[in-house]
Design a protein around this ligand. Structure first.
Ligand SMILES: [Zn+2]
Ligand SMILES: [Zn+2]
Length: 249
């Protein structure tokens, strides 16, 4: 016998009892996957609804995809906490919510003092049917011409301002951290000269600061999988808004 469809209503917020956390539209949450061996799903809540008596609570969500769930798969430059905001919407029982989480912008993620279990970052939107990303290109750095992975240490050349992975310049991470100054191969001879001239004034430079990629570098673009290759002259405006400090020694 068919039941009459009960009217449902939208809730401003809802307290998920088993975790004792109140959620509302716009919050990011971790949700229990059907396959328990998989990591929790990351989603953004769009709307919360319940039946007329406030029961049977469902959340309308927009999924974040992990790199391995995308058509192109996980690439070397994807951070361990990177997720893509997809165009895949769904309705789930509020019971599957395991906890709240935070999906940071790329910039604010790189400024975190410490990355917790519940911290993620998103720099791309992802079209789940075509595998396309938005933006569809990203600035690259180093000799290896890779986009920046915030999990990796990089050092900046004082000559050309490009950023380098220690391994790509035949250095260990420990050696890179001990550097006072760094000039890449192509800037090397010029840089050493400049440094000798300014040596008297640079005695205070015991502080070693490693900066992450800065926006002035836009020499090459990495075109994400499945996308047309367009030239720099198309007016790429992406990349990093400002240099930021990774760590100080
Ligand atoms: Zn490299
Ligand atoms: Zn250089």
């Amino acid at each position: 016998m068919a039941k009459a469809k009960a009217p449902r209503r939208t809730l401003d917020s809802y307290t998920v009892k088993h975790i004792n956390k109140t959620i509302k539209a716009g919050d990011c949450v971790l949700m229990r996957p059907a396959d328990q061996s998989k990591p929790s799903y990351v989603a953004r809540i769009e709307r919360i609804e319940a039946d007329a008596r406030g029961g049977n609570v469902k959340v309308h969500v927009r999924w974040y995809y992990r790199p391995e769930e995308s058509i192109g798969g996980r690439r070397q430059f994807h951070g361990s906490k990177e997720v893509f905001l997809s165009d895949h919407y769904d309705v789930q029982s509020a019971d599957t919510i395991e906890g709240r989480c935070t999906v940071h912008s790329f910039k604010s993620y790189t400024k975190l003092d410490a990355v917790g279990n519940d911290d993620f970052f998103c720099r791309f939107e992802y079209n789940s049917s075509t595998g396309a990303f938005n933006p569809d290109r990203v600035a690259v750095y180093c000799k290896c011409e890779m986009p920046y992975n915030p999990d990796d240490l990089m050092v900046q050349c004082e000559g050309c301002s490009d950023w380098f992975h220690p391994a790509c310049i035949e250095m260990t991470a420990e050696e890179a951290k001990r550097l006072d100054h760094f000039f890449c191969e192509s800037c090397s001879s010029e840089g050493q000269k400049k440094l000798q001239n300014s040596h008297a004034t640079s005695r205070h430079s015991d502080t070693k600061v490693f900066l992450l990629p800065c926006p002035s570098i836009q020499h090459v673009l990495y075109i994400l999988p499945g996308l047309k290759v367009t030239s720099m002259s198309d007016g790429y405006q992406g990349g990093f808004e400002m240099p930021f400090i990774l760590s100080t020694y």
